[in-house]
Design a protein around this ligand. Structure first.
Ligand code: NAP
Length: 279
């Protein structure tokens, strides 16, 4: 019988996951389908019950349900529980188990360009959901010094206070951090600033950055944000959000099927959906 997968979100029509996962099912001859499900917050519990009744094999969860889904799951793995957000659910013997592959997707994507275990000091820009997943995952992976800068400094403070992993972190104001950029081996931009249509904006000035700093921006639309373009002009190595998106999907696919999927194919699929050919 065909296995059912999908993604729950509101809105959901923009999601690139259905095309990406259905292409993999075809590639690996799997009798499965991945559908977008538009689920409003008030219908989330019913939607989970419905998916369970239908025997769905697994699904992704996106904005705004990544945190609110947790009470409706049978179990949540420890890292996702610490992050307080789930983006992947696996049907394990009839139980819905929640995972978070956003942070591990970021880390695995980063490893394609950088050895994270040679990174001493990281700066994360932003303190929202994506920042939380990346911060906890990097701390859990053993990176010892990770500072957080955010528009609302109290959110950076509370993010640092809530981290269950041993890490040395300072909350910093956005304007304060511009003079400190040379201290960091890796800067991770996690705010939506610079995302289409607001492509002329950057979260902070990179005037004082050193070319040895690796700059990553988890935005993938546009493929090169103004922040990344400025970093490249400064001679920095850069990475956009495509790798994180592809790897979070690949890790979910692996949990559902046991197959490590073809990353290059997934990457090309996403680039085609975005209308780009290079990045
Ligand atoms: P979120 O939870 O809403 O957090 C947004 C963060 O950005 C907050 O820290 C917020 O600061 C800050 N921010 C928003 N607008 C700002 C502005 N105008 N000026 C200064 N700071 C601003 O969002 P999220 O879920 O973390 O997602 C953030 C971005 O990551 C989005 O662009 C999303 O598309 C991208 N993303 C990419 C991937 C991927 O696979 N590549 C995965 C997940 C997310 P305050 O705390 O002050 O409000």
């Amino acid at each position: 019988m065909k296995k059912l997968f999908g993604v729950l979100g509101d809105p959901i029509s923009h999601s690139m996951s259905p095309v990406m996962h259905n292409d993999l099912f075809k590639l690996y001859n799997l009798d499965a389908v991945y559908l977008p499900f538009h689920v409003t917050s008030s219908k989330l519990e019913d939607a989970i019950k419905g998916l369970k009744a239908l025997g769905a094999a697994g699904f992704n969860v996106t904005i705004p349900h990544k945190t609110s889904i947790i009470p409706f799951l049978d179990k949540v793995e420890p890292l996702a529980a610490a992050i307080g957000a789930v983006n992947t659910v696996v049907n394990e013997d009839g139980k819905f188990v929640g995972y978070n592959t956003d942070g591990s997707g970021y880390l695995e994507g980063l490893k394609m360009s950088l050895n994270p275990f040679e990174v001493d000091k990281v700066l994360i820009i932003g303190a929202g959901g994506a920042a939380r997943a990346i911060y906890f995952t990097l701390a859990d992976a053993g990176i010892k010094h990770i500072d957080i800068t955010n528009r609302s400094i109290e959110k950076a403070v509370s993010l640092i206070e809530s981290c269950p992993y041993p890490v040395n972190s300072q909350p910093l104001k956005l304007d304060q951090v511009e003079d400190l950029l040379t201290e960091y081996d890796l800067v991770v931009q996690t705010t939506p600033i610079g995302m289409a249509p607001g492509i002329d904006k950057t979260p902070l000035s990179l005037n004082k950055v050193h070319s040895k700093t690796f700059i990553s921006d988890i935005i993938y639309n546009p493929l090169e944000t103004r922040f990344l373009a400025e970093a490249r002009e400064k001679g920095c190595l850069c990475q956009n959000g495509i790798e994180m998106f592809v790897l979070q999907g690949a890790l979910a696919f692996e949990k559902w099927t046991g197959i490590s999927p073809d990353l290059e194919r997934m990457r090309n699929n996403v680039l085609t959906q975005l209308g780009g050919t290079t990045c």
